[in-house]
Design a protein around this ligand. Structure first.
Ligand code: TXA
Ligand code: MG
Length: 353
């Protein structure tokens, strides 16, 4: 299959382009598109066959459900059986935006889309291209992140090209995404609303709107035997090819430790990459040293993280050491993704308990 690349101007979106993209979906095809979080791989959410094609293109296990993307609140009525009061409150506060809510699904949504579950994840993305495209495509777009399963999510159209060229009909290039980490997921079908995946919308922001909420234990604790409620969270995810280890602690000690570890790895003929910040990159000695941005700028850290992991892959880096990024807002989401990418390999240097 030849994959077409469509470049769009986000501030002047062409209606014809969106109709063309919508028609690909209506004909049963797949379209990758930009959202404010990461690029999505879209198909018609109400078609079994489209959802099967999505799993095939990603190489994703079919028990891992897809998020249904909508462009207007009213669309929700046809695809859920009940709308909890909390849903409207959250939608008023955060939609369109990086929040996915889980509902009981209606019969209109095939089990192929929900990975066999009786619930459905729904999100209204805050991106003008995504909203215009969903509208022209019929209103219901199933979309996981547009990466090959197990690779970091795409934050640029070129990442999507790397993974999806020849596998899907169309890629819409809307430039670098705004946030760079996937949406927060909250389950509204449990007695107390429960966060299944941390993201830009933090626990604190959700608490302000809802009062009481919970975070799923499996999200924080790798030792638990319980299966996570968001099936996708159980897979090794966001993984670079190189072996990643996070080093946390006092800044100077972290730099010394990473430089020591790099020396040892170099003796073993490894190609070593380091992830630091603008403040620290000059202090490292390694084959490839990358900055995620200023330490205090968590938006920059989130936006650059996946791209850096992909760049290390291209450079065939075999060992990666990263500083830890415990920021106040998105810190939990950033560390959740980084720890998964590192398969929880973390070296703590005298961190206070
Ligand atoms: O920001 C995002 O959410 C991006 C963009 C494209 O919108 N999408 C995304 O999709 O990250 P994906 O498929 O990569 O991650 C979806 C996550 C998976 O962990 C999946 O298991 C979970 O959502 N999920 C989907 N439906 C669910 C359901 N009914 N119950 C529990 N978890 C669900
Ligand atoms: Mg994903």
């Amino acid at each position: 299959m030849i994959t077409k690349l469509m470049c769009v101007n986000v501030t002047a979106i062409s209606k014809e382009d969106m109709i063309e993209a919508g028609n690909v979906i209506k004909a049963g095809g797949l379209v990758a598109f930009p959202t404010e979080t990461v690029y999505g791989l879209g198909g018609n959410a109400l078609s079994k066959d489209s959802s099967k094609k999505i799993y095939a293109a990603k190489g994703r296990p079919s028990d891992n459900p897809l998020i249904v993307h909508i462009s207007q609140w009213e669309s929700i009525h046809a695809i859920v059986t009940k709308i909890p009061e909390n849903a409207k409150k959250l939608a008023d506060a955060f939609w369109p935006g990086p929040l996915t809510m889980i509902f009981e699904k209606s019969q209109l949504v095939p089990f192929e889309t929900t990975g066999g579950l009786s619930t459905v994840a729904i999100r209204m993305p805050n991106h003008p291209v995504a909203l215009a495209f969903i509208e022209e495509a019929g209103g219901y777009i199933a979309a996981p992140s547009a990466n090959t399963s197990g690779k970091p999510s795409p934050t640029l159209a070129s990442h999507v090209v790397e993974d999806m060229n020849g596998k899907i009909e169309l890629i819409i290039d809307g430039g670098l995404v705004g946030i760079g980490l996937e949406s927060t997921i909250i389950d509204l079908t449990s007695p107390v609303p429960t966060i299944l995946r941390p993201g830009f919308v933090t626990e604190k922001m959700l608490c302000k709107v809802l009062g009481e909420i919970e975070s799923e234990r499996t999200m924080k604790d790798k030792e638990t035997k319980q299966a996570p409620k968001a099936p996708g969270m159980k897979y090794k995810h966001y993984a670079p090819k190189g072996e990643l280890t996070i080093v946390e602690g006092n800044a100077e000690e972290v730099i010394t430790k990473i430089n020591e570890l790099t020396k040892i790895a170099k003796k073993n003929d490894e190609k070593v990459g380091v992830i630091g910040t603008d403040e620290t990159v000059e202090k490292y000695v390694a084959d490839s040293i990358k900055s995620v941005g200023k330490r205090q700028d968590e938006a920059a850290i989130a936006r650059h993280l996946y791209g850096i992991l992909r760049d290390f892959d291209k450079e065939n880096v075999s060992i990666i050491y990263s500083e830890s990024f415990q920021t106040v807002g998105m810190g939990q989401a950033i560390m959740n993704r980084l720890l998964k990418a590192a398969a929880y390999k973390l070296i703590s240097l005298n961190v206070d308990e």
